[in-house]
Design a binder for this molecule. Structure first.
Ligand code: ACM
Ligand code: ZN
Length: 527
C-alpha cells in the first residue's frame, strides 16, 4: 500500500470504497472530523458511504485501527485519542492520493517512538511563517510530532524578546554571508557581500501562531535557544554577556566560535532566565532545548569570573561549569513545568548532571562512552546522528538509503528503553531559498518519518523507494520540490571513483554542487 510511514500491520482487501463530499462523517473526535470534512470536501460524490471515528481505549497512544467494511460502505477509524484518530485520517489521505476511490485495507498501526522530530535552523537563514506551516502540514501527513525550532545562533537571533529589543533590532543582522569553506583556516572564505537579516525575525504573535497551527496537527514545537555557546548574535547586542565584554559583531563566519557567554556572571544566568520567561509563555509544550553544543572553554580558562565561580562552587573544571549552568537552567525550566533538552555535549558533565535532562546525540566522540554511560544510569537520549540524518549533507556522501537504515541497534544501543525518540535536523548555512530547502528536506524527511515510526525489522529500502516515488504527486500538488531519485541514490555525480573524503572536500569548497545537479536534472525531466 502507498502509505508512509509503513503501518505496523496491514491486510489489503480486494474491494474498494468511494468517498467524497457526500460521505457521512460520524462518531467521536471533533477536531479530526473537521480535517476529514476538509479533505473529503474537495472530492465529488461518495453518496451512501460513511467515515466513522470511534473511541477504543485499547488502541495504543497515537495508534489507530482502520477497518474498511465491504458490505456496509463504512470506513471506521478507531483510536484512544485525538492524535491516533488524526493519524488514521492521514493514512486515509495518503490512500486517497489524487483519487476518490480507496482500495481497502484493514490496518492496525502505532509508532515505534513517541518523539519523532524535525529541526529547522531559522537562525542562519530565515523561513517565512507560511513556509513553516507548509512543513508542519507535511510533517503531520508523515505522522511526525515534534518541530524543533533552532531560533538563535552566532549568525542571527530570530525570536522577539520584549525585554531585550536589541536582539531583533541588531542581533538579527549580519554583515554578509559566507559562500563556502574554501580558505576557511586562513579566514579567507568567500562572502556574498550582502547584508542579511534586517527585520527577519519572528514576532511573539507569529511564534504563537506557529505553535497553535502545529498543535492542531498534533505537533509540539520545541524552541531552541543555544547557550552558552553559539551566542555571538546576543553578545553583539549585549557585550556584558561575554567574558571580556568587548564589542562584537553578529558572526559572518560558519563554525564554532570561542566568544561564548561568561558562566561566571549572574547577568548571564538572569539573561537566560528572562528569555525563558518570555518564550515559555509562547511555547506551551513539555520541552525546551538549550543547545549546549560546541562550547570551547578557552575564554573561560582565562576569565577571572569563570575561574572564581569554579572555585566558589568547588567544581572540577570548565566542563563542570557548563554542567552547573545546565543544571541551573534545567532547574528553572522544571519550575515552569518544562523538561530540558541539550545536544550530547551536555553529557561532558554528566557526573553532576540533572538526570531529567534529555541529550540529543548528534556526534560521535571519544568512543561514545558518555552516551552509553548516560543510558546505563537511565538517562534518556534522542537519536540524531549526523552521519545518518543531517539533511544539509550531500547525498553523494550520505545517500538516502543510509538515512533509511538508521536504527538504535545500528548505533550499538540494544535497549530501546532509554531512547526517547529520533530527530532529523536541517541546518541552513548554505540554504537561503525555499527551492533548495525543499530539495534537501523532503526526501530525507519522508525516509526519516518511516525510520522513527516503523520498526527496522519491518522496513525495506527498495519497497520504501517505490512508495516515496509514488508520493511525488502529493508534493507536486503542493508545489514542493523533492530531490530526484538519481541524486538521492548518491551515485550519479561526481564520478563513481571519487572517495568519500573527496566528496566531502568538494562540498566544503562548493556546497551547491549537488543542488545545481538537482536543478539540471529537474529541468530536463519531462514532467
Ligand atoms: C550541531 O550540529 N552542532 C548540533
Ligand atoms: Zn567568564
Amino acid at each position: 500500500m502507498n502509505i508512509i510511514p509503513k503501518p505496523l500491520h496491514c491486510v489489503v482487501k480486494e474491494h474498494t470504497i468511494k468517498l467524497g463530499k457526500a460521505t457521512k462523517i460520524s462518531g467521536d473526535f471533533e477536531q479530526t472530523k473537521k480535517f476529514a470534512k476538509d479533505i473529503l470536501g474537495n472530492i465529488d460524490g461518495g453518496e451512501g458511504s460513511e467515515l466513522r471515528f470511534l473511541t477504543d481505549e485499547k488502541v495504543p497512544h497515537e495508534g489507530y485501527v482502520f477497518i474498511c467494511d465491504k458490505n456496509s460502505k463504512v470506513l471506521t477509524i478507531s483510536a484512544s485519542g485525538e492524535a491516533g484518530a488524526f493519524y488514521g485520517l492521514m493514512t486515509l489521505k495518503q490512500l486517497l492520493g489524487n483519487d476518490d476511490i480507496i482500495h481497502c485495507a484493514d490496518i492496525q498501526d502505532s509508532p515505534k517512538y513517541a518523539y519523532r522530530g524535525f529541526m529547522l535552523d531559522s537562525a542562519r537563514h530565515f523561513w517565512s511563517v507560511e513556509k513553516i506551516k507548509q512543513i508542519l502540514d507535511i510533517m503531520a501527513n508523515l505522522k511526525m510530532n515534534i518541530f524543533h525550532w533552532h531560533l538563535t545562533d552566532d549568525q542571527g537571533w530570530r525570536a522577539e524578546i520584549k525585554k531585550y529589543p536589541l536582539l531583533t533590532e541588531k542581533g538579527c543582522i549580519r554583515k554578509d554571508t559566507p559562500l563556502s569553506l574554501k580558505g576557511y583556516v586562513q579566514k579567507k572564505e568567500p562572502h556574498d557581500g550582502v547584508e542579511y537579516g534586517k527585520g527577519l525575525f519572528y514576532s511573539q504573535e507569529e511564534m504563537k501562531d506557529i505553535v497553535a497551527y502545529a498543535k492542531e496537527r498534533h505537533i509540539e514545537v520545541v524552541p531552541e535557544v543555544d547557550m552558552p555557546g553559539h551566542m555571538v548574535a546576543a553578545i553583539s547586542c549585549y557585550p556584558n554577556l561575554s567574558c571580556d565584554e568587548k564589542p562584537a559583531e553578529v558572526s559572518n563566519r560558519w563554525g564554532v566560535m570561542d566568544n561564548i557567554c561568561c558562566c561566571g556572571k549572574e547577568d548571564v544566568y538572569n539573561f537566560a532566565k528572562d528569555i525563558i520567561d518570555e518564550l515559555c509563555e509562547i511555547f506551551t509544550g513539555r520541552f525546551f532545548h538549550i543547545g549546549g553544543d560546541e562550547v570551547p572553554k578557552s575564554r573561560w580558562e582565562k576569565c577571572p569570573r569563570c575561574q572564581a565561580k569554579i572555585k566558589e562552587l568547588g567544581l572540577k573544571n570548565e566542563n563542570a561549569l557548563q554542567g552547573y549552568f545546565n543544571n541551573e537552567i534545567a532547574k528553572y525550566l522544571k519550575s515552569k513545568g518544562k523538561r530540558m533538552i541539550g545536544w550530547n555535549e551536555v553529557l561532558d558533565a554528566q557526573d553532576i548532571m540533572d538526570n531529567d535532562i534529555v541529550a540529543q546525540w548528534w556526534v560521535k566522540r571519544k568512543g561514545d562512552k558518555n552516551e552509553f554511560a548516560w543510558m546505563e544510569k537511565g538517562g534518556k537520549l534522542i537519536l540524531s546522528m549526523s552521519s545518518y540524518v543531517y539533511m544539509d549533507h550531500p547525498y553523494n556522501v550520505r545517500p538516502l538509503s543510509k538515512t533509511y537504515s538508521l536504527s538504535a541497534e545500528k548505533l550499538g544501543v540494544m535497549n530501546d528503553s532509554n531512547i526517547f525518540g529520533m530527530e532529523i535536523p536541517q541546518w541552513t548555512e548554505y540554504i537561503s531559498k525555499e527551492q533548495k530547502l525543499d530539495m534537501l528536506t523532503f526526501a530525507r524527511l519522508i525516509a526519516f518519518a518511516e525510520v522513527c515510526w516503523t520498526d527496522s525489522s519491518k522496513r525495506n529500502y527498495k519497497d520504501f523507494e517505490g512508495r516515496l516515488e509514488n508520493m511525488r504527486d502529493y508534493f507536486k500538488t503542493i508545489k514542493c520540490n523533492v530531490c530526484p531519485q538519481k541524486i538521492y541514490r548518491g551515485k550519479v555525480y561526481p564520478k563513481k571513483y571519487f572517495t568519500n573524503a573527496l566528496r566531502w572536500n568538494l562540498w566544503r569548497i562548493c556546497p551547491n554542487y549537488e543542488f545545481d545537479e538537482m536543478l539540471k536534472m529537474q529541468n530536463t525531466q519531462k514532467n
